[in-house]
Design a protein. Structure first.
Length: 135
């Protein structure tokens, strides 16, 4: 089906790139999967065009859990990354924020970051995402 094709061509490589990037910063746990899936969905539209709740919905479905759990797992992971303050995290955030950033800010930065990953077939994904709307 078209949604399955879209997922395999666009979301899977983006989700994998996001998860690898997060793990490279030292992230672990359920927040990695939720953040990677959410960022992958956010990265399929123009910057800021896809509502955060749409990304959370994809993570909720993948983890068979609630909005609150997805939000909490990501918040906890971001808090740990903020506390660790590794160089990759600081690069992603444009320096070390004074306090833990919001999930939305973090996830939108992550979505932007995975688009520049060399393993992402950006042009194909953009064309598919622009021309087809998932139901």
């Amino acid at each position: 089906s078209l949604p399955d094709l879209f997922h395999s061509l666009c979301l899977e490589p983006r989700e994998r790139a996001a998860a690898d990037y997060l793990r490279g910063m030292g992230a672990s746990g359920l927040g990695v999967e939720a953040a990677a899936r959410t960022a992958a969905v956010l990265s399929t539209g123009a910057e800021g065009a896809i509502p955060l709740k749409e990304g959370y919905a994809a993570a909720m479905a993948a983890q068979n859990t609630s909005y609150a759990c997805v939000e909490k797992n990501i918040r906890s992971m971001v808090g740990k990354l903020q506390a660790g303050a590794c160089g990759e995290y600081q690069a992603l955030m444009g320096g070390l924020p004074a306090e833990r950033p919001s999930n939305e800010l973090f996830l939108r930065r992550l979505a932007r970051r995975i688009l520049v990953s060399p393993e992402i077939g950006q042009a194909l994904c953009y064309t598919v995402a622009r021309n087809w709307k998932l139901q």
